[in-house]
Design a protein around this ligand. Structure first.
Ligand SMILES: Nc1ncnc2c1ncn2[C@@H]1O[C@H](COP(=O)(O)OP(=O)(O)O)[C@@H](O)[C@H]1O
Ligand SMILES: [Mg+2]
Length: 193
């Protein structure tokens, strides 16, 4: 199957999850989330606000903040097209919808954290496979933003994908620029490569 066909298929699957299934998934994944966050103290953690049937991250963000970690959310880079910035997010942070209709913190450079200073980046994904390959929505935002770190001797941040169980496929057709994940959490399982 082509990448675009896999995107369509898996997006349909996750959008077909019922509210009850979504709620259960967001509750069940907490255990695997704490497995990967345990061991960090006052960490800087990038997450994202879910959309398009993605596993709801709202409660996960609250959980992480309660543990005294800082949460950062992706913001479309104002001039480096196709790249992301990560900006601190608190309960009262002013937010605005970006051009994809996804809410992001209103850009404030003093609250932006360089990627190399983040401890964990949780990435959204459409599909993943048996080897930790990641297929996104097709914008390549995470690939571009992380390319430099992927090429260099990369220690930090840890990249962790979040997905529903139904987003796993056997094998993804990958491209040279795709940045793979070493860890993925689903409600069912914690994958490490
Ligand atoms: N490091 C990069 N530098 C330049 N362009 C990139 C880079 N990574 C991805 N792209 C471009 O972004 C587009 C989308 O990437 P793709 O991997 O298909 O999306 P996604 O990762 O969201 O599934 C591709 O056409 C690709 O050329
Ligand atoms: Mg990609």
């Amino acid at each position: 199957m082509k990448r675009s066909e896999i995107r369509d298929l898996v997006r349909k699957k996750r959008n077909a999850l019922t509210q009850k299934e979504q709620k259960l998934a967001a509750e069940t994944i907490k255990l695997n989330l704490s497995q990967v966050v345990n061991g960090y103290k006052n960490a800087k953690i990038a997450l994202y606000l879910s959309n398009d049937g993605e596993l709801n991250t709202a409660k996960l963000i609250e959980l992480i903040q309660k543990d005294n970690h800082e949460i950062y959310l992706p913001v479309l880079h104002p001039f480096k097209s196709g790249n992301l910035l990560f900006q601190k997010y608190e309960k009262n942070s002013p937010m605005k919808a970006n051009r994809y209709g996804i809410f992001e913190p209103e850009l404030n450079c003093s609250h932006v954290c360089p990627v190399s200073e983040l401890d964990i980046i949780f990435t959204p994904l459409v599909a993943f496979d048996d080897s930790g390959n990641r297929l996104g929505m097709g914008g390549g935002f995470y690939d571009r933003t992380l390319a430099k770190f992927y090429r260099e001797n990369w220690q930090k941040p840890q990249l962790i994908g979040i997905a529903h169980n139904c987003q796993k496929v056997d094998k993804l057709p990958i491209e040279s620029w795709d940045v793979p994940l070493k860890t993925i959490i689903t409600p069912e399982k914690l994958y490490r490569w």
